[in-house]
Ligand binder design. Structure first.
Ligand code: DCP
Ligand code: MG
Length: 403
């Protein structure tokens, strides 16, 4: 029998927007988003609460957001700027609890099992400190496990603080829509609703045999989550800031075929390292070095965080088309990803092609673990040595290709 744990989850409210409001107080209360320009097919990174009232949310193309709210302001700052605020918040968390697991730029779990104070009190103190020292609003969830703590944060947003008492997990989850449960994507939700299952409580009451016949093994996992059960540990540490891989051609290369194949291979390498660390990326970059050693990089934000090789490759290919023309010689090519976060695995179990892709990737990862990366390549010749790179917050980044 394990000891009762006390897990705190924290997420900054409308993080990028809150930072912009600090710098530009005139934005307070105004519908605005932080995101890419509509002309460049930009997407919304963060929407202010006033903008959310128009149905605007992150990952939505900025052009659509503008259509929903014609007066919408679109702002952005260099990413390093948001990272600095994130770093300051995370420093306070590390100063306040012995075990901190950072999940993304604005989100973390803390293990406060050894602190004798009530969870609400611990969270309220850290929340006040972040408000005083960094002037940013946070929401908090406190529970006996990660799953319930994270949902409690979501329920309390914005500026929330909800503690779920031990033993009350299932009762807390019961009235919430089933889509709030980790692992229930839109398709699964639709299937569940067809079965008359709307709330997490409905799901918890379905006999497990029925769930098994409907959803197989996944159904059993869903049932256990619906009861508020989760025994994942807090894993201390940072997520890396970026993961990249690059390749120098033995001779300057100008063949589109060869360059594209290399891009695919690098994308697979980056994807496999993301999956190994259970991460997904929201930004994809490419780097090119020309024969005169001039180096150029270009990046692109994705609508959804991904850890899928083909999605990384598709973004990289679009970027390549923007900076390179067939026939131009290239000395070095690299693929990288940044804005790393926990994968939002909106498990879409009815999308067969996605599942096959996922199964294929897992299989490739296993083979590569055993025999090395070059043991398998998707439709390409054996490649040359590549340079791996990972940058971490606080690490000296000189020489890396952070934007
Ligand atoms: N982000 C992004 N692209 C996305 C989602 C998020 O760039 N598709 C960035 C901007 C967000 C930050 O990460 O401000 C944190 O993501 P959250 O999902 O926590 O969103 P917010 O903090 O903006 O809003 P909320 O109050 O719902 O947490
Ligand atoms: Mg947030």
């Amino acid at each position: 029998m394990s000891v009762m744990r006390r897990i705190l989850h924290v997420d900054l409210d409308a993080f990028f927007c809150s930072v912009e409001e600090l710098l530009h107080p005139e934005l307070r209360g105004v519908p605005f988003v932080v995101g890419g320009a509509p002309e460049g097919r930009g997407v919304v990174s963060s929407a202010s609460y006033a903008a959310r009232a128009f149905g605007i949310h992150s990952a939505m193309p900025t052009a659509i957001a503008l259509r929903r709210c014609p007066g919408l302001k679109v702002v952005s700052s260099p990413h390093t700027h948001y990272r600095e605020f994130s770093r300051r918040v995370m420093a306070i968390l590390h100063d306040s609890a012995p075990l901190v697991e950072q999940l993304s730029i604005d989100e973390a779990f803390l293990d406060a099992s050894d602190d004798p104070r009530p969870g609400e009190e611990i969270a309220a103190a850290i929340k006040a400190r972040i408000r005083d020292e960094v002037s940013l609003p946070t929401s908090w969830g406190i529970a006996s496990n990660k799953l319930v703590a994270k949902i409690a944060t979501e329920v309390g947003k914005p500026d929330g603080l909800i503690a779920v008492p031990a033993g009350g997990e299932a009762a807390f989850l019961a009235p919430l829509p089933v889509g709030m449960l980790w692992g229930v994507g839109p398709k699964t939700q639709e299937r569940l609703e067809d079965e008359g299952i709307r709330t997490i409580g409905d799901l918890a009451q379905i006999p497990t045999e029925r769930l098994r016949s409907l959803f197989g093994q996944h159904g059993l996992e869903l049932a256990s989550k619906a009861m508020g059960k989760d025994d994942r540990e807090i894993v201390a540490g940072h997520i890396p800031r970026s993961i990249s891989s690059e390749h120098t051609f033995s001779r300057d290369q100008s063949s589109g075929h060869v360059i594209t194949q290399q891009l695919m291979s690098l994308s697979e390498d980056v994807g496999s390292r993301l999956r190994k660390q259970s991460l997904a990326a929201r930004t994809i970059r490419i780097k090119l070095r020309w024969p005169d050693f001039r180096t150029q990089s270009k990046q692109r934000r994705l609508e959804h965080a991904t850890q899928v090789d083909t999605e990384i490759f598709q973004a990289a290919e679009i970027l390549l088309e923007q900076v390179w023309q067939e026939g131009q010689p290239i000395r070095l090519i690299g693929v990288g990803c940044a804005d790393l976060c926990e994968p939002i695995r909106q498990l879409n179990m009815f999308d067969q092609s996605w599942q096959q892709d996922e199964r294929l990737m897992r299989a490739l990862d296993r083979i590569r673990d055993r025999y090395g990366f070059d043991a398998v390549q998707r439709g390409m010749k054996k490649s040359h040595r590549r340079n791996h790179e990972e940058t971490h917050p606080g690490k000296d980044e000189h020489g890396s290709w952070e934007a």
